[in-house]
Design a protein around this ligand. Structure first.
Ligand SMILES: Nc1ncnc2c1ncn2[C@@H]1O[C@H](COP(=O)(O)OP(=O)(O)OP(=O)(O)O)[C@@H](O)[C@H]1O
Ligand SMILES: [Mg+2]
Length: 702
């Protein structure tokens, strides 16, 4: 499986993935709902802005030209009261009262006559109909209005314009404020959701068994928790709410256009197929380019990480040239994908602009015609020009949403694949409490174990260790020594047979108690970020700094620690002082020492420690291992000569068993190995080997 690829891998149903992703959003549904509400408000406000301008143009700026009626006597005025066709306030001019009306060409009751104002060469003329002349007031020279009279007719337009302007400002303010709050709430919510998601992922990862980490390289898991979560975040912080907003805007704008003028609306919509075509074509290319770009970046990152951490080896074997070539190749692909994306983007954007202007041209052409033919008002044409522009933005945004959803689903799939990995090694129901201290009797009966199905690493192991015994495992590299040790505190479970401690299957013990009772000093110990205290204390939160210093003194290790730049407070690990391999092993010793386990396991634990330090260690260890079952893995046979029992492993099977003298008498594999190490090879090497570990094991075995 390519860990960098974003393509969907399994056939998990989209619906199921959506449901799982939404489960993370459920605790924040209130914020999401508020954000959605704000988004709808913003959409609504944005869509009404052109309507306000249209009203300003048609009803106010051109208000003077609106059809009117007039009434000459008070009796007729009463008849007009409550007539819904009148608009605005009455205009009283001498004897007559004028009203604007919604439509010209209507029939009016007795005493009410149509009137209108028209403009000619900068002067305004009032035409008035007479009773009997049906409808239209147009025609005739009319009566030239004086400045004062025009002002009287205009009066309500001024106040109306002010109200419209205020509404417009209010609208813009509401749009601004709610846009701000909407995006703040949304991105905060997105952050909270991925905060939760990362926590869940990490806590899940820490429950998974060692074998999961054997199968999944660190790089892959880091990508899950870091990158994939971000991709999913897009869904929460960009897609869900904005998608609703954009769809609503599209529907809203289209409906308003249709209501304002069906024909003009259809003319504007004529370019939509072209728009969709252009968008799909270019967005397809851009999307693919972005995908390749991300893929290459991801490969580039892991290549970089590997090269940097192995730079010493690279330089040692003078492979700089090859590494550089490899890097340039990846970098070049990344560059080209990026260029493909940005070139297409820079074609796409003007293209969309062109299609938009095409629609605008259509509106102006057709709308202009209609205005001239008096079928459409100028305000409507204006509103259309704005709507056409507003319409394009959500339409192209929808194309991006599609990409975001696909990327998020691919990431979500991998996240949930990880979250659904069931931990294998967990407490049984009614797991047994451990009564400390354990006696330390360990028994393996016909035990078979494999890391991968049926590839047996340990075959039919039968071993019985009595409480307090020191047992050594020897054998060639890869024989299975570390594997046996990994079974005792259940890093792995055996597949067949049984493994018992004090007569109880290890699977039946409470896992955390089991691991606290078994202390392991590994082949290559790990140092965490923190100071020396933290690294020694581990799960013994009850230990004070004083206790730790005492422990170090008992093991005679205080000297090495105090020599560090800040003594016990020295930061170590990733961001701190780099400890030598030997110092790391000393730290691991202290760690196990303070945790006071009942069973002690040393897996090549002293391989990096110098002879002198080891001699000081043995005194402390003597105290620690007293009366405790101790398992030692060692390559140097001289170090385990004095063990109660030596188990010789070969290709996963127990080949020989017994104490040193027995095995030497038997003239088997052990004896051959021992003689190989002690009678052959240069003298100095043998001497060093014997010195390096012999004392320690001898002490423990005593
Ligand atoms: N995590 C793992 N996943 C899969 N196979 C493993 C794993 N660890 C070890 N093996 C395999 O199991 C076999 C036994 O390995 P093990 O680490 O037990 O050997 P060992 O005796 O401790 O060797 P060494 O002396 O080098 O430490 C080897 O063939 C190894 O390839
Ligand atoms: Mg090993």
């Amino acid at each position: 499986m390519d860990i960098h690829n974003e393509r969907r891998l399994t056939g998990v149903k989209d619906g199921l993935l959506w449901r799982k992703m939404m489960a993370f959003a459920v605790p924040y549904w209130r914020s999401l709902a508020v954000s959605l509400l704000f988004a709808l408000l913003v959409a609504g406000a944005a869509v009404t802005q052109p309507l306000l301008v249209k009203s300003a143009i048609d009803d106010r700026i051109n208000g003077l030209m609106k059809p009117m009626v007039y009434v000459a006597d008070a009796a007729s005025l009463a008849r007009l009261a409550g007539d819904e066709r009148t608009q605005g306030k009455p205009i009283v001019l001498g004897e007559r009262t004028y009203y604007r009306v919604s439509q010209s060409g209507e029939t009016w009751p007795e005493g009410i006559y149509p009137a209108s104002i028209s403009q000619l060469d900068g002067a305004y003329y009032l035409q008035e109909g007479r009773s009997g002349e049906s409808g239209s007031a147009a025609g005739g020279e009319g009566y030239a209005l004086s400045k004062e009279e025009i002002a009287a007719f205009r009066q309500q337009d001024y106040s109306g314009l002010i109200i419209l302007a205020m509404l417009f400002v209010l609208n813009v303010a509401v749009t601004g404020i709610f846009t701000y709050w909407q995006s703040v709430i949304l991105s905060n919510t997105g952050q909270k959701i991925i905060f939760d998601m990362r926590n869940v992922m990490f806590s899940h990862l820490s429950k998974l068994q060692t074998s999961y980490f054997d199968r999944n390289p660190v790089g892959r898991l880091v990508t899950r928790v870091a990158h994939d979560v971000e991709a999913v975040n897009q869904l929460y912080s960009q897609v869900i709410v904005n998608l609703a907003k954009e769809v609503l805007m599209l529907v809203g704008i289209a409906s308003i256009m249709l209501v304002l003028n069906v024909k003009l609306a259809l003319v504007s919509f004529a370019v939509i197929p072209l728009l969709v075509l252009v968008t799909f074509y270019f967005k397809g290319i851009i999307r693919e380019a972005q995908r390749v770009s991300r893929l290459m970046l991801s490969r580039l990152n892991s290549f970089l990480a590997e090269s940097l951490s192995g730079m010493t080896i690279v330089q040692m074997f003078t492979r700089e040239k090859q590494q550089l070539d490899e890097f340039v190749k990846l970098n070049d692909e990344h560059y080209r994908a990026g260029m493909r994306g940005s070139v297409n983007n820079s074609i796409f954007n003007p293209m969309i602009g062109f299609v938009g202007n095409l629609a605008l041209a259509l509106v102006v052409w057709y709308g202009g015609h209609s205005v001239l033919a008096a079928g459409v008002t100028f305000g409507v044409v204006y509103a259309f020009t704005t709507y056409v522009r507003q319409f394009f933005q959500p339409l192209t945004a929808l194309a991006d949403r599609y990409t975001q959803i696909q990327t998020a689903l691919a990431s979500a799939e991998r996240i949930f694949e990880m979250l659904e990995e069931r931990p294998d090694i967990v407490d049984r129901e009614n797991a047994k409490e451990i009564e400390r201290p354990l006696k330390g009797a360990i028994r393996l009966e016909r035990a078979w174990f494999a890391y991968n199905k049926e590839e047996w690493v340990l075959k039919d192991i039968n071993i019985s260790i009595k409480p307090g015994e020191t047992v050594a495992f020897v054998g060639a590299t890869g024989a299975g020594k570390s594997s046996i040790i990994g079974l005792i505190n259940r890093f792995y479970d055996i597949q067949r047979g049984s493994l018992m401690i004090d007569g109880v299957e290890v699977k039946d013990y409470k896992l955390d108690q089991l691991r606290q009772s078994v202390g392991v000093i590994q082949q290559d110990p790990f140092v965490f970020t923190g100071n020396i205290y933290d690294n020694i204390r581990m799960n013994r939160a009850d230990l004070s700094d004083e206790d730790i210093r005492n422990a170090a003194r008992e093991l005679e290790m205080d000297e090495f620690i105090e020599r560090l730049p800040q003594g016990y407070e020295t930061p170590v690990g990733e961001r701190g002082v780099k400890l030598s391999s030997g110092q790391q092993q000393l730290l691991a010793f202290l760690r196990v020492y303070v945790s006071d386990p009942d069973i002690l396991i040393l897996d090549e634990a002293t391989s990096h420690i110098d002879t002198e330090t080891e001699e000081t260690l043995q005194r402390g260890l003597l105290r620690l291992s007293k009366g405790k079952t101790t398992l030692i893995v060692a390559h140097r046979l001289s170090t385990i000569r004095h063990a109660d029992n030596i188990i010789v492993l070969d290709k996963g099977r127990v080949q020989e068993m017994g104490d040193h003298d027995t095995l030497m008498r038997r003239d088997g594999h052990y004896r051959k190995l021992y003689e190989l190490q002690n009678d052959e090879g240069p003298k100095e090497q043998r001497g060093a080997a014997a010195r390096a570990g012999g004392a320690l094991a001898a002490t423990i075995a005593k």
